[in-house]
Write a protein that binds this ligand. Structure first.
Ligand code: PAZ
Length: 353
């Protein structure tokens, strides 16, 4: 049965929409027992995910790296961005032979990291292992090999960059060296959706000290569905047993605890991908209304390299690349990042503690 706590002790309340428990001290009395019970029921989705899925094996190492990186940059009053990039996998077996994946190559995240570095942000680049990375993305596949020349084989072998490739390589190499030598970028990787959950929470815990100076740029394509650990077979699914029926469950939405509990002061930007244009803005606005973060960037699968829509609580506007800009090699991540930084700067003017 609910008991009432001392009126001066503060108020506990549960936000049903975001499934989070809020504690405030506006000195109105409330019933602690009833509310605690409710919060346990409601918070069970994302909290339960952590209790039923083990952290990845490299988790502690990454946590140390994240802490060191954040503490170092926080001391200098630096702005920082956490970029999530690439798709998560959903394993179908504990000893994983097969998994569900998605289309994301990590282009948006990798390109955006370069632009944030150009604007002097420190960057945590949290990406899917083997997805595109800043700088090296320009030379993936055979491109890099084709830029090199093997001059003299034998004991005096020399490798040089072909003269016509120097102009392409030099600026990218200079930016890479600058970021690397200044210790301004940290790379951490995930593969499965569970890895992503663990890493994202750890990154947020380290970022919380930046308060409003932190931007979260959540561009990863995170699976909406998964097979819970306790329902997954240990070994490879055997075809001899006939066609398997695989029951997927909904992945809990991390935006709820992220906005309300982990980094409540940060400038949080999420992305919304759709294939049906008629629902894009509606879905983006629903997300804003539900989680109360700052900005949703909507994009269509088919046109995401040329056009996105910025959706805020009370406005929406498109960022579109012109034909000549595309022909000149401009990337849409350039204006996306500039617009995000402009909004972050505006936000800092009114939310500086
Ligand atoms: O990785 P990529 O450049 O191929 O694609 C980027 C993107 C479409 C995954 C990203 O812009 C995005 O919309 N991410 C969120 C997806 C979603 O959960 O709706």
């Amino acid at each position: 049965r609910p008991r009432c706590i001392d009126a001066a002790a503060g108020v506990l309340s549960v936000d049903r929409e975001t499934e989070t428990l809020r504690i405030s001290n506006d000195s109105r009395g409330t019933c602690i027992a009833g509310i605690c019970h409710l919060s346990l029921t409601m918070a069970s989705h994302w909290e339960e995910f952590y209790t039923t899925h083990l952290p990845p094996t490299d988790f502690e190492d990454n946590r140390i790296l994240l802490k060191e990186f954040c503490d170092r940059h926080n001391k200098t009053g630096q702005r920082i961005v956490l970029i999530t990039s690439g798709g998560t996998t959903v394993p179908l077996e504990h000893n994983t032979v097969r998994f569900v994946d998605n289309f994301s190559a990590g282009t948006r995240g990798a390109a955006s990291a370069e632009y944030f570095l150009e604007h002097s942000y420190a960057v945590i680049f949290m990406h899917r292992l083997k997805s595109l990375e800043p700088f090296t993305r320009h030379f993936s596949g055979q491109k890099f090999m084709d830029m090199l020349e093997l001059l003299d084989q034998g004991p005096n072998t020399t490798i040089t960059v072909k003269p016509d490739s120097v102009d392409v390589l030099a600026p990218v190499l200079a930016s890479y060296k600058n970021a690397q030598e200044g210790g301004r970028i940290l790379y951490v990787t995930f593969t499965t959706v569970a890895d992503y959950f663990w890493l994202l929470r750890a990154a947020c815990e380290c970022l919380a000290v930046f308060e409003t100076k932190a931007v979260l740029f959540l561009a990863a394509a995170v699976s909406d569905f998964y097979v819970p650990s306790n329902e997954m077979p240990t070994h490879k699914i055997q075809s001899g047993a006939g066609a398997p029926t695989i029951q997927l469950q909904l992945v809990p939405k991390l935006l709820a605890p992220l906005v309300n509990l982990w980094v409540p002061h940060a400038f949080i930007v999420s992305f919304k991908l759709e294939t049906d244009e008629s629902i894009l803005i509606v879905k983006a606005r629903d997300s804003l209304n539900k989680y109360k973060h700052k900005l949703v960037i909507g994009n269509m699968l088919q046109t995401r390299r040329q056009k996105v829509v910025f959706v805020t609580k009370d406005s929406s506007y498109e960022v579109v690349l012109k034909r000549e800009e595309i022909l000149n090699g401009m990337e849409i991540e350039d204006p996306i990042v500039s617009n995000v930084i402009a909004s972050h700067s505006e936000f800092l003017k009114t939310h500086q503690y």
